[in-house]
Write a protein that binds this ligand. Sequence first.
Ligand SMILES: [Fe+2]
Length: 550
Amino acid sequence: MRPHCLRTAHSRELDGYDDAVGRYEGSVGEEPESPSGISRRKVLTTGAAAAIVGAGVGAAGVALLGSPSRGPNLWTRPNQSGAQPVGGLHLQFGKDASTGVVVSWHTTDAVRNPRVMVGTPTSGFGRVVQAETRTYRDAKSKTEVRVNHARLGNLAPDTVYIYAAVHDGTNPELGTVRTAPSGRNPFRFTSFGDQSTPTLDQLKKTSYRSDNLGSPASGDTTTAIERLGPLFNLVNGDLCYANLAHDRIRSWSDWFDNNTRSARYRPWMPAAGNHENELGNGPVGYAAYQTYFALPDSGSDTELRGLWYSFTAGSVRVISLSNDDVCFQDAGNFYVHGYSGGAQKRWLETELADARADSRVDWVVVCMHQTAISTADRTNGADLGIRQEWLPLFDRYQVDLVVCGHEHHYERSHPVRGAQDTETKTPIPVETRADVIDTSKGTVHLVIGGGGTSNPTNTMFFPEPKCRVLTSVGQLDPAIGHKAPFYVVEDAPWSAFRDRQNPYGFVAFDVDPGSPGGNTSMKATHYAVNGPYAAISVVEEFTLTRPRRG
Ligand SMILES: [Fe+2]
């Protein structure tokens, strides 16, 4: 389905750019694109190189490799030829995190023969997988970014692989990755949002300043994630704030440069936030995000690829959503409310029903950006669109946990189910116990937006729990450059914990599969990030539990 309701509500600095492209030289979706999924739009096309899709370790790789008995592959010493280096090396899981991983890196120059060599620590590099290249041209700078994605399939569960990413004319960059366990086994994952970059950017007069809402904490968070060593990290949107930046390309580059020291060892699985919406870059503004990441295929229209997806790790099904589709707030470069025409919601309901019908899945975790709950004043607040569109589905299918951002602090809700008959559809808490929480009774929402920005909101909580719910928007307000928001303030009986002390942090989740016939649990630890060298401290701990399904 083509996006609808694509309205540029008002002029911005980039108004008039309509030539952004998101050109795909290949496809790295989990499944071949169905004929009906090919858009008529010219801005996003699928090229002939799509035949490479799924090459994985199949015939193409074998042909390149020759016999594995020849030992580790050798690459030529190409750095003297001056090709751009492997930039921003990072990973994504496939739909089944126990068998599929995508290795990605980018350049702005065209490169030849992008490929990944992969093996195990004991066997050495034994396979070569060709990468497909996706590109987009940033409408602001006219710079073309080329992202190489090598899809590694048929991997063994719970196994550590080593890999090297390279293209002709440069040196290989090395990484490792552990695949997810299959079935009910313990593992750890982490989550935070709203990170930005710790680097300086725009030259202003004679000095540099942050061009994209960054702070030194943006670097500390990454170091701290590595200290915890999760299987994967969920990034709850607003990655690098490129849509605020003078130099979007540098903002993305800096973000990946900061995070490759973690994201090349464990997938950082993102959700798209309002600051991934870039005027002129693709029909809904996410061409950069969609090009940098090769995320599991959801069967969506090509133009909307990667904006919502799911993957399974052990007994956990993670669902990533794109909330600009349903939020009323106008907080991107341009207003895209309703852009999927209901396609995302239809997919979500099918996905949730499938998860709950799958006896291998105990936990349903939703990762998204904008929030249904917030007790901060004078900032974004909660959005009624999420409460109207998503929360009834979360109730119906017993979503256990929602991680989000948008607000630059940490707070937690009690488990909620159903809504009061009010204009804000206030979520109803079903219990208030703080140490052990049965998520089969209600969904726990966590705002984890202290990833590192220069404007944290942990000092902006209402004294008593209240929530500003954004219920609608009006016309463009020139003073703020967005559609005027209308808020209704409600009491927040669902509010369970608010971290007033710490501007930065993340949450680690330790999944314990439990025993047959018993409960499974997920211990959550909210860590404050206190400084460099991965200085962290525990702020609160609680345990989610639910009956195990198999
Ligand atoms: Fe945001």
